[in-house]
Design a protein around this ligand. Sequence first.
Ligand code: APR
Length: 238
Amino acid sequence: MALPNIFVLTGAGVSAESGLSTFRDKDGLWTQYPLEEVASIQGYERNPGRVLAFYNLRRSKLFEAKPNAAHFALAQLEAAWAARGAIITLCTQNIDNLHEQGGSKRPIHMHGELSKSRCHDCGDVRIADGDLLLTLGCMACGRIGGLRPHVVWFGETPLFLDEIYDALSTADLFVSIGTSGAVYPAAGFVSMAREAGVSTMEINLEPSENADAFDSAHYGKASEAVPAWVAEMIALAH
Ligand code: APR
């Protein structure tokens, strides 16, 4: 039997048990920092040093974080499907690299990547393995002080949207994992999937803001609920 092509969207909840803060939980990042100051293009232009320091701190926490059972399970699903010529598209809102560390081949980072820098001037993107500072120059154009995290801020357009919408509309199943459904366009993917006749499922610690839009749901910690769901799907493949 042909396996369903699955589009998986992940959010901060999938990395919570790896020790990385989410945004809107009770101790989330947006309860500690004003998001418009540290995660908007206006905040960067007003005070670039403060924004660089915010992401330097998050990048340093990333170096200590390890993938959890949810990341590994999603990579296992990807491999099982690839072995049978079926497709798993993994789109993440997260800027950490825990999906890659867990074995996922090519997660689509629609909000960019903490481990990369981008030159505000020439657009050059490259690996940033240390702090980004205003004293650093761009390796491509030489401009000093223009290096920013390769991260999509509020007020900017997410990356890879054409590829995302194409994969979403041709999937058989849309699964949203560990996201609050608070930020668009990601929060609108479930409606787009429904309009395209795609089945929808949410896996989250608790019902998200658009929980009603999903055909089905599993609630619990990602490190337990995701491996359980993946085991069900892989059993389907045999
Ligand atoms: N297991 C599963 N789900 C969890 C866990 C866990 N261990 N811990 C928290 N969650 C759930 C929360 O219940 C919440 O619904 O993960 C979700 C996290 O929501 P947010 O903190 O809003 O994170 P996210 O949805 O990824 O935010 C989307 O907002 O600020 C922007 O760019 C940022 O990509 C981010 C976007």
